[in-house]
Design a binder for this molecule. Structure first.
Ligand code: PLP
Length: 386
């Protein structure tokens, strides 16, 4: 048989994060600042709700669109928390995490050759998913503007083929947020050039200081914005696999068509647990956010003291230190640090070429692990100076 496998897929490398962490797993005594995952267990009331639903035998398929009670809870939550108004019966689709949501939306919208503008460094799934959906990625380098795209740079990259912009703030991998004025200017651009905007709001709850503003809430933006959100990060529910897409009905019905054939629905038990999360666990979220904020402040100030320039994170649980002063590239730095001191960080270029010269550290680790990691990084840096 010739052409046994998909050509597009062959051109896509495996995730840089996963490849690196296969190496990490082979070593002992490693402090991992690598995988972007909360270090809290899912709040107990959420776990208890799932146990109760299993006991009751509520283990069947749900509607393709998602458990109606969960869609109602999401609608209420989006309305109260972010002033986004979505009809639970036609404008909300429950998915297996934001990951599936992103895939469904891109496959519903893109035709071969359509261009998608994405600020870089970027979360690892956007580029491969755009390409698998037949689109082409156009990156906007944000490393000269505090990792936030300027509207001017975005506009310079708009062509006749541009169909969409993808935004994610607070951001993975940089931890930076976007100012409301910049977001408003990008919204105006999207309206003027008639573009879709995907807004990945998975870290919306994990915003420090500045309140989170959704681009979908601006005038004229609801009909062209696709909000992706979920439970993995804010509610410490990464393994439950629940996320959702909020958008206008025509897009939702198309995304649901793919979802009904490829996934059918999201886990019924996880959906019940997600209802409990929205209705009764928002206090737990506040405590977790405060804890990430404090740990981030400490970790970043220590990195800066040792000369690794790092911007103060404004949300999520990542920081993105520059390692330029070492003269090493990101992959060599991460490999050497792992080998010499058993500290795992992600090379910045795993998030695109403009992440070269940086590493991503996730500080959702215990304070004692963070202290030990900092001591080991300091020791590593001093050996480089010799
Ligand atoms: N979007 C961003 C920006 C992320 O950082 C992640 C996970 O790290 C995801 C989406 C995937 O989330 P989920 O677990 O909901 O699939």
């Amino acid at each position: 048989m010739k052409d046994r496998f998909s050509k597009v897929l062959e051109s896509i490398p495996p995730s840089g994060i996963r490849a690196f962490f296969d190496l990490v797993q082979a070593s002992d005594n490693v402090i991992s600042l690598g995988v972007g995952e909360p270090d809290f267990s899912t709040p107990w009331t959420i776990r208890e709700e799932a146990i109760y639903r299993i006991e009751k035998g509520q283990t069947t398929y749900t509607s393709n669109m998602g458990d109606p009670e969960l869609r109602a809870a999401i609608s209420e939550y989006q309305d109260q928390r972010f002033s986004n108004h979505y009809d639970p019966s036609t404008e909300i689709l429950v998915t297996n995490g934001v990951s599936e949501g992103a895939d469904l939306v891109l496959r519903s919208i893109l035709n071969p050759g359509d261009e998608v503008i994405i600020p870089e460094p970027m979360y690892v799934c956007y580029d491969p998913l755009v390409r698998l959906a037949g689109g082409e990625v156009v990156t906007v380098n944000t490393s000269q503007s505090r990792f936030v795209p300027t509207p001017e740079l975005i506009e310079q990259n708009i062509t006749k083929r541009t169909k969409m912009i993808i935004l994610c703030y607070p951001n993975n991998p940089t931890g930076m947020s976007i100012d409301q004025t910049v977001l408003e200017a990008i919204a105006k651009l999207a309206i003027r050039h008639d573009l879709w905007v995907i807004s990945d709001e998975i870290y919306a709850e994990l915003s420090y200081g500045k309140p989170f503003v959704s681009i979908a809430s601006f005038p004229g933006m609801k009909e062209r914005t696709i909000v992706l959100s979920g439970f993995s990060k804010a509610f410490a529910m990464t393994g439950w696999r629940v996320g959702y897409v909020c958008a206008e009905p025509e897009l939702i019905s198309r995304a649901c068509k793919i979802h009904q054939y490829s996934a059918l629905c999201c886990s019924s038990i996880s959906q019940k647990a997600a209802i409990e999360a929205l209705r009764h666990s928002r206090g737990d979220v506040k405590e977790m956010v405060e804890s990430y904020h404090q740990r981030g402040k400490y970790f970043v100030s220590e990195l800066n003291k040792m000369g690794l320039e790092t911007l103060s994170p404004e949300g999520a649980f990542y920081c993105f230190p520059s390692i330029r002063k070492t003269g090493m590239d990101a992959m060599s730095f991460a490999m050497a640090l792992l080998k010499a001191e058993n500290v795992a960080v992600v090379p910045g270029n795993a998030f695109g070429k403009d992440g070269e010269g940086y590493i991503r550290c996730c500080y959702a680790s215990s304070l004692s692990d963070l202290k030990e990691a900092l001591a080991r990084i300091q020791r590593f840096l001093s050996t480089l100076e010799k």
